[in-house]
Structures are given as structure tokens and as C-alpha cells.
Design a protein around this ligand. Structure first.
Ligand code: C2G
Length: 134
């Protein structure tokens, strides 16, 4: 039983997120997702459209996701990996190298980001439509 863990805000879930979650899950048999809380979004200087509870509910509906836990700070990964017995830590490669310090307790995998899609872009496009711009 290989357990995989990943983290993110996952706001306005899009196919780039799904592509990440699908590939992460395919590396093992169980996928844990650390979903950034509002407080942690503030630390990351990220504003999410959906609340933590809404983003958690959406993630729990994704077939590749087995468990969603809150991500409240940068430091919790090491203890989470131990607590949830994760064998593999996965992130998109925009984070390449940033979490290599975890290599002493688990495999660290950076997967290619899906090009041309982001929550910010999606939000701006929706806002633009709502305001009637082309
Ligand atoms: N992602 C991707 N392709 C995209 C957009 C995002 O592969 N087009 C990946 C990111 O690389 C990340 C995951 O999807 O692995 C979640 O992305 P975000 O919600 O933007 O998360 P982020 O703000 O990067 O937070 O402690 C880690 C942080 O919480 C990561």
C-alpha cells in the first residue's frame, strides 16, 4: 500500500489540478491532499475564491483523492508525512527543489505543471465575462 501526499490551495478546481491529482494518485494506492486553509493562504499571499470548507468538499469529490487534511503552515509537511505514513511527496514542478529536504523520510516527486491554465486566469476570465468585457 503506497501512500502519496500533496499540498495546495486548489481554488476554482481546474484540469491542471485534476491532472496533478490523477498523476499523483497513480504513483500509489492512496492520495492525501493537504488543502491550504484561509490562514495559510494569507501567509502564501494568495486569495482564494472558495473557502477552505468549499475547497475541501470539492477535493473530496475527486475520484483520485482519498483524504483531505488542512494545510495551516509551511512546517507541517514533515510531521504529516510521518503521521499519515506517506511514502511519496508530490508537487507540480513549479516547486522543483523546494521540498528536497523531505527526501530523508520519503520519495519526493515533482510533476510537470499543466500549461495554460491557472486559478487566477480562470477567475479573471469569469470576472471579465460577468462585467461584460469580451
Ligand atoms: N498545478 C499544476 N498545473 C497547473 C496549476 C497547478 O500542476 N496549471 C499544481 C501545482 O504545481 C500544485 C498543485 O497543482 O502542485 C496545486 O496548485 P495550487 O493550488 O496553485 O497550490 P500552491 O499555491 O502551489 O500551493 O505547501 C505547498 C503549497 O500549499 C502549494
Amino acid at each position: 500500500m503506497k501512500r502519496v501526499i500533496t499540498y495546495g490551495t486548489f481554488d476554482v478546481l481546474h484540469f491542471g489540478h485534476i491532472n496533478l491529482l490523477k498523476r499523483a494518485r497513480a504513483l500509489g494506492d492512496y492520495l492525501i491532499v493537504g488543502c491550504s486553509s484561509e490562514e495559510f493562504n494569507r501567509i502564501k499571499n494568495k486569495k482564494s475564491y472558495y473557502t477552505y470548507e468549499q475547497r475541501k468538499m470539492i477535493l473530496e469529490a475527486v475520484r483520485y483523492v482519498d483524504l483531505v487534511i488542512p494545510e495551516d503552515n509551511w512546517e507541517q509537511k514533515r510531521s504529516d508525512i510521518k503521521k499519515y505514513c506517506a511514502d511519496i511527496f508530490v508537487m507540480g514542478d513549479d516547486w522543483k527543489g523546494k521540498f528536497d529536504d523531505l527526501k530523508d523520510i520519503c520519495e519526493v516527486v515533482y510533476l510537470p505543471r499543466t500549461p495554460d491554465v491557472s486559478s487566477t486566469q480562470t477567475r479573471e476570465h469569469i470576472n471579465g465575462k460577468l462585467n461584460g468585457s469580451k
